[in-house]
Design a protein around this ligand. Structure first.
Ligand code: ADP
Ligand code: MG
Length: 560
């Protein structure tokens, strides 16, 4: 019989493990480090980051979501925060930087409490109550406004500080016009707005199109370039004969057989093109290839043909024009066609683009985004995505808040009032939660090179009398943010605080980190900022993201 007291190893010897305080402080440090990196981009005076993606491409951006996506973070807790911040972008389209900055600060406050001897469940309970109260407070101080003027200010606030800032007036007009156009019963289907980037030219050459533009020209030159009431066909079927991958041989013994073979092929192609012609289509978008002979036949019949059209464009064309996605040529007929009021081809900068205007679906809208280089148009597009997100959210919800730190100062004030009504240790947790929100005005001031202590003190004083006083980061003055038009959707703030709390709580609950194959090596618990090295991706650590780790690992027996 084996000695029952002998240690039993259930994990490989080289497994790294951090328990209790070590795990917690490692995770808090990693999140604080991440927040420290991201915070310099917050607000109108935030700086840009230059990130090199996995393919070696350079990305220049001020957009928190993009930086997080490209940074390739490996420390599991920091990755969890990144996942949560990305969700913010998906849900409301803006506020990603705020999520990370607030989460970092909440964790820092929590750490102080834990160091003072408060128990984790107590801190979590206090933070949860404070969160619920915060949502109530923000809702109370929000304003009901969503007229065009307000929407434009909302869009401008989202664009301010991004690469697109110098053209924010024009760009916010484009976004608001597009959003208003696609609005249906208070709902915005962002898929109806296609933002098409075309490099070459200036950002102020950007414009809106009532319909679609496809960045492609037809295969033949001599085709009609402008058609009224054009019938559109979409084919996911090749108008050519497949060139097989494996070598096939046809044995031909005399020249007549060769001719018969060619004739046969031509005959079959003619059948295919006849189908297109008989359907009555004026324009054909084919996702597959089109053979030269077929192309010539279609051109002679006056049909404008496009080959190898991208799948995403095919879907858009179908949605906008009502044309069916025909995958078997036998199904191509009059009924499968879509229609646009105006089809035309035009040159933009150095290449031809196809316009499909006045579509069957009146909601189809495009913004043609111009800019000198790809780097410019990409960064402007990210700003436009944020702006579209906040405008859509405002149209849908109708409630807004003022920015520049004003609502955070109000939140702190009201939370502190609320804390008075709560007794004992929980009160301390609520006060710590409230104080965490100072990080927003503080960071806005810091990024603008202002004296943070002075600015926050002035903000607090000014907010005693008015709830709209925020920080003018350009002049270092406290001004009325409502008059200044610095507006943000209530939902973005609410979601940001929720996401930050969610991340904070998840991280506080982890008291055991187990990683295989020395994966946690080189992960110090110091403040050096090098925490995000050599850690395995979350999914390698067992359990899915994000909740998987605490739950999945919780039931594990001790290692020895
Ligand atoms: P996020 O990714 O969180 O949206 P941003 O870099 O867009 O980060 O910064 C948002 C913050 O900047 C908000 O707190 C907002 O109130 C503030 N802000 C935006 N425009 C202004 C402005 N003109 N003056 C002062 N603060 C502003
Ligand atoms: Mg923003």
């Amino acid at each position: 019989m084996a000695n029952v007291n002998q240690p039993i190893f259930i994990l490989p010897e080289d497994t790294k493990r951090f328990k209790g305080k070590d795990a917690l402080s490692m995770n808090i440090n990693a999140t604080k480090t991440l927040a420290g990196i991201i915070r310099t981009t917050l607000g109108p005076k935030g700086m840009d980051k230059m990130v090199t993606d996995s393919l070696g491409d350079i990305i220049l951006t001020n957009d928190g979501a993009t930086i997080l996506r490209e940074m390739d973070i490996t420390q599991p807790a920091a990755r969890m925060l990144v996942e949560i911040a990305k969700k913010q972008e998906d849900i409301v389209g803006d506020g990603t930087t705020s999520v990370v900055v607030i989460a970092g600060e909440l964790l820092s406050k929590a750490e102080e409490l834990l160091n003072e001897g408060y128990a984790t469940p107590l801190v979590i309970k206090g933070f949860r109550d404070a969160l619920a109260k915060s949502l109530e407070i923000l809702n109370n101080i929000s304003i009901n406004e969503s007229d065009r003027d307000t929407l434009k200010k909302i869009a401008i606030t989202a664009i301010t500080g991004k690469g697109a800032e110098f053209e924010k007036d024009l760009l916010s007009d484009l976004i608001v016009d597009a959003a208003i156009k696609v609005e249906e019963n208070g709902d915005i289907d962002k898929d109806n707005i296609n933002i098409q980037r075309i490099s070459g030219g200036a950002v102020d050459d950007s414009f809106i199109v009532d319909g679609l533009i496809i960045d492609k020209s037809p295969i033949s030159k001599n085709v009609p370039r402008d058609i009224e009431n054009a019938k559109i066909a979409i084919l996911k079927y090749p108008l050519e004969f497949k060139k097989t991958n494996t070598e096939s041989k046809i044995k031909i013994t005399d020249p007549s057989q060769m001719q018969a073979f060619i004739d046969n092929e031509q005959e079959m192609l003619k059948d295919l093109t006849d189908k297109v012609i008989d359907s009555g289509a004026d324009v054909l978008f084919c996702q597959k290839g089109i053979d030269e002979t077929a192309e010539n036949t279609l051109r002679r019949a006056g049909i404008v043909s496009y080959k190898r059209v991208r799948g995403t464009d095919i879907k858009r064309i179908s949605k906008a024009t009502g044309a069916k996605l025909v995958s078997d040529i036998e199904d191509l007929d009059k009924q499968s066609l879509g229609e646009v009021g105006h089809f035309y081809i035009e040159k933009i900068f150095d290449h031809e683009v196809t316009f499909l205007e006045e579509c069957d679906n009146p909601k189809a809208t495009s913004i043609i985004l111009r800019g000198s280089t790809r780097h410019v148009t990409e960064e402007v597009k990210r700003a436009l995505d944020d702006a579209l997100g906040v405008v859509a959210t405002t149209i849908e919800d109708g409630k807004i808040l003022v920015g520049g730190g004003a609502c955070e100062i109000q939140l702190i004030k009201e939370l502190k009032n609320y804390a008075e009504s709560v007794s004992g240790k929980e009160q301390i947790a609520i006060l710590a939660f409230a104080d965490a929100f100072e990080v927003i005005p503080k960071t806005l001031a810091e990024n603008a090179g202002l004296d943070t202590i002075e600015m926050v003190a002035n903000l607090k004083a000014a907010n005693e009398n008015s709830k709209f006083m925020g920080l003018n980061v350009y002049e270092g003055k406290i001004i009325d943010m409502k008059s200044a038009g610095v507006l943000e959707p209530l939902k973005v703030k609410i979601q940001a605080i929720r996401s930050a709390c969610e991340a904070c709580e998840m991280i506080l609950r982890i008291d055991d980190m187990i990683a295989a194959r020395g994966a946690l090596e080189a992960t110090g618990t110091d403040d050096s900022g090098n925490d995000d090295s050599g850690m395995p991706p979350m999914d390698e650590m067992g359990g899915g993201m994000p909740g998987g780790m605490p739950g999945g690992m919780g039931g594990m027996p001790p290692m020895m």
